[in-house]
Write a protein that binds this ligand. Structure first.
Ligand SMILES: *Cc1c(COP(=O)(O)O)cnc(C)c1O
Length: 424
């Protein structure tokens, strides 16, 4: 056998991995007294060992000083959202004032569209990808109806035009050209959740703006997965969740970005709440709403502290590793998966994610030869031996090695188990 395809090579790659120590910072679920082989960090990231202490600290403050916890000590709850702000800004390439942790993703998407989807009779439409994550489509459709427009004509979906169901830049460009001056907002994913395709956000932003449209991104599958430069790319807004690659736990508080150019724009409509009021005068409790400068001006409520606490532990690890080093490992680790699938599982699994480095992140979406029945059989076999991926109808298994806690040996084990199932 070619040496680079051997188990010894996987072990050597792990030994040479400068980020290998990070795995020990996570709690790995067990399968028959051994670590699960966990490739679903794109769905729910693993628990950082430090998360429990962050939650416990809140519980202890609550039990010992109760209401005083709002104002007492370095982690007082009044400013709890600020404890994650700077680290979050580093992860998404933003200025601290451009980001805020609040609500959940779908809520933030609606709040952002209230401000940045401003349809008119001449320009009523939203452009998005066909096959978007359901909540994004529901939210877009609801917003269009809310403004009295018609999704049948005003929701424009760009169909995949590439062989494996991915979307080229040309297709986006063509759609914007065809609907020139009708598009009020382009809403686009950073990483398409089903195909794993990574988009060129800078190019899409330039295109949208050249056509006079606002531009917002859903970065649910991008944050903590691929490097982002939101300030420089300068979309109007972005939203994301923190329970996928950001490892902040089920239902974790989500994130939002509003570009600096909107930081002081009080003319933007927004669904205001008291926590978005200017911090310095918030507790004067005056009836008039004066928004805080920047993304924090979109907050509604005082921060859900227990839902934010684990994010602090996770972000400490992102600060330690840095997105450039994580991306460097990710390209190697997912590149290794690609090489191994091609070399050893040809005819069993077909990679549908683009394999050019700039067009994929951690995840590879793998189509199982033989259709749904074979796909389900493989998926269930993998689960039964403690190898976790996730299933997308009708015949796709998504495998997401994450550079935070996955090893080359994990990838090797996946390959070996698929071979066992296939009898090759
Ligand atoms: C995961 C995901 C969501 C989930 O939305 P929640 O409001 O967090 O439940 C939404 N959109 C995309 C693209 C996602 O990947």
């Amino acid at each position: 056998m070619n040496e680079t395809l051997s188990p010894a090579h996987a072990t050597a790659l792990d030994a040479a991995d400068p980020l290998r120590h990070l795995r020990s910072q996570f709690l790995i679920p067990q399968h028959q007294s051994a670590d699960q082989t966990y490739f679903v960090g794109n769905s729910l990231g693993l628990q950082p060992k430090g998360a429990k202490a962050m939650v416990q600290e809140v519980m202890d403050l609550w039990s010992s000083i109760a209401v005083e916890g709002h104002f007492t000590g370095p982690t007082h709850w009044m400013g709890y959202h600020r404890l994650v702000r700077d680290s979050l800004a580093r992860v998404v390439g933003a200025q601290p004032g451009e980001v805020v942790a609040m609500n959940t993703l779908s809520v933030n998407l609606h709040l952002m569209m209230v401000s940045f989807y401003r349809p008119t009779l001449e320009r009523p439409a939203i452009l998005m990808e066909a096959g978007a994550f359901p909540t994004d489509r529901h939210a877009v459709e609801a917003q269009i109806r809310f403004h009295g427009f018609n999704p049948a004509t005003d929701l424009i979906e760009v169909q995949p035009d590439e062989p494996n169901g991915t979307i080229s830049m040309q297709a986006i460009e063509r759609a914007l050209g065809e609907h020139d001056r009708r598009v009020a907002l382009v809403l686009w994913p950073g990483v398409q959740y089903r195909s794993g395709q990574v988009f060129d956000l800078a190019a899409i932003t330039r295109l949208a703006r050249a056509h006079g449209a606002n531009i917002g991104f859903d970065l649910a599958h991008s944050v903590g997965n691929v490097p982002l430069a939101l300030h420089d790319i300068a979309p109007d807004f972005a939203v994301w969740c923190h329970y996928k690659y950001l490892n902040a736990g089920p239902g974790a508080v989500a994130g939002a970005f509003v570009h600096e150019r909107h930081a002081r724009d009080t003319s933007l409509p927004r669904f205001a709440g008291w926590w978005g009021h200017e911090q310095a005068t918030r507790f004067q409790m005056a009836p008039e709403f004066v928004p805080e400068v920047g993304a924090e001006g979109w907050q509604l409520s005082n921060p859900p502290v227990l839902g934010l606490a684990p994010l602090r532990a996770s972000l400490a690890l992102f600060d330690e590793a840095g997105m450039p080093a994580l991306r460097e490992k990710s390209l190697k680790l997912t590149g290794y998966l690609e090489t191994m699938v091609r070399a050893r599982l040809d005819g069993v699994l077909q990679i549908i994610t683009p394999t050019e480095p700039e067009r994929h992140g951690c995840q590879l979406s793998l189509r199982v030869a033989g259709g749904r029945e074979q796909g389900r059989s493989l998926f269930e076999y993998l689960q039964s031996v403690g190898v976790l991926g996730d299933w997308r109808e009708p015949d796709v298994i998504r495998i997401s090695p994450t550079p935070m806690y996955n090893r080359y040996r994990d990838v090797y084990r996946f390959i070996e188990e698929v071979e066992t199932w296939a009898g090759v």
